[in-house]
Design a protein around this ligand. Structure first.
Ligand code: NIG
Ligand code: ZN
Length: 408
């Protein structure tokens, strides 16, 4: 599928007819016409009420198929050096993810490879990963740092992420994840490393405009609730929204703390309890479900989907694309896994990769098909939106519209 680096220039409005439209929350009850102009959706009209002669001139983009918002992958670690295939093999032989981390492997092995890579090398290896997401319908992607773990290397990762967004037809939101793991230089001084994150990394990332949000890994093998709270307070003081990797491997209470500070999202949350769910509900935080990591780590504890649903906590679904716990670069596969492994409905899964994922990034105008919204759209060769989650089948993306222009 050819990709242009910039959306195709279009002067006349673009018209699609007879579409089944999933608007980010639900499938609209009747076939629709959609008109896009100047990068926005300007008309969303039932076919029964649509009259093309009202348009002075337009470009006919075809009819039939399913239109969804462009997919939003709200949790990735796409920029990294090296590979962790050896660790994958060790895990298959019975060594746990935590044990590998304690031995200095896992995230820290990617840190070594990322630190020794140049910006150009990181860009060159991340680009095909991002192109794979784009080819599967992604129009907005979040990319975290977290494999640099010192000021220069964390900022290097964020610069690579920004450059990807400048050169490829996709919106990139960047997240500083300095508090991802304890780097070897701070082995006996975890609080000292948190000082570095709060006093140097966050101020630099904020003043250089490199981060759109700040994330932490709140876990026994990473940082405590108190340490993560310090990071969040520093982020908020610099005007950056916050999100957390929390309750992935144990129930430490990081989600409730993050929600109490107004976190956009808490991610993973396999071990989330009723108190954490209630905190998310009160804060309006999004629960980001990451079935790729659950599958790859062969976890057994599932996120509390029924409790989240009952509480009305919005759920998002993302790839968590990374070299260790989720080497997966196919968003539509995650729709399937969210349903098959966690019993989300296909509608919930698709909302989770459109409207709710955009909310998890603090971008509520994205991931929705409504008049006035940015025209980031996908047209799929399928009969119903549920088919996107039902079948794991590349090649169904007929058209991908980024910022109002055809780019796939
Ligand atoms: N949980 C922590 N961080 C990443 C894993 C990163 C890695 O293993 O390299 C995640 O989202 O799964
Ligand atoms: Zn992650």
């Amino acid at each position: 599928m050819p990709l242009t680096s910039r959306p195709t220039e279009m002067t006349s409005p673009l018209l699609w007819r007879d579409l089944c439209v999933f608007d980010g929350h639900q499938t609209l009850p009747e076939p629709m016409a959609v008109v896009v102009a100047d990068g926005r959706i300007v008309q969303l009209t039932p076919m029964t009420a649509f009259d093309a002669s009202d348009l002075e001139h337009y470009q006919d983009m075809g009819s039939g198929g399913v239109m969804t918002p462009g997919l939003v992958d709200c949790h990735t670690h796409l920029v990294f050096g090296g590979s962790r295939a050896d660790e994958y093999e060790a895990r298959l032989e019975g060594v746990s993810y935590e044990e590998i981390a304690r031995r200095g492997g896992g995230i820290l092995s990617t840190v070594n490879a990322t630190r020794s890579a140049t910006e150009d090398e990181l860009y060159a290896t991340a680009k095909p990963r991002l192109e794979a997401l784009i080819a599967d319908g992604v129009t907005t992607v979040e990319i975290k740092s977290g494999y640099g773990l010192d000021v220069d290397n964390e900022l290097k990762m964020l610069r690579v992420a920004r450059r990807l967004g400048e050169n490829l037809p996709v919106r990139v939101m960047t997240t500083l994840l300095g508090a991802h793991a304890l780097p070897p230089e701070y082995r006996d001084n975890s609080d000292g490393y948190i000082d570095l994150v709060c006093d140097e990394m966050i101020p630099r990332a904020a003043s250089e405009g490199l981060a759109d949000a700040v994330d932490v890994f709140c876990e026994k093998i990473a940082f405590s609730v108190a340490q993560c709270e310090r990071v969040f307070r520093a982020a908020l003081a610099h005007g950056l929204p916050i999100k957390a990797h929390a309750e992935q491997l144990s129930n430490l209470g990081g989600t409730a703390m993050a929600a109490g500070l107004g976190a956009l999202s808490a991610d993973h949350i396999e071990y989330l309890d009723a108190h954490g769910i209630d905190a998310m509900r009160k804060a309006g935080s999004v629960a980001v479900i990451l079935p790729g990591a659950f599958l790859t780590l062969r976890e057994t504890q599932r996120p509390p989907i029924a409790g989240l649903r009952e509480a009305g906590v919005p759920m998002a679904v993302a790839t968590d694309a990374n070299p260790g716990s989720s080497p997966m670069f196919m968003p539509t596969l995650m729709l399937n896994l969210a349903c098959t492994l966690f019993q989300l409905t296909p509608r919930e899964a698709l909302s989770g990769m459109t409207a709710n994922a955009a909310s998890a990034l603090g971008q509520p105008s994205l991931g929705r098909i409504q008049e006035g919204a940015p025209a980031d759209l996908c047209v799929w060769d399928i009969h119903s939106p549920a088919e996107l989650a039902y079948a794991v089948q590349p090649g169904r993306l007929r058209q991908r519209i980024f910022h109002g222009g055809l780019s796939a």
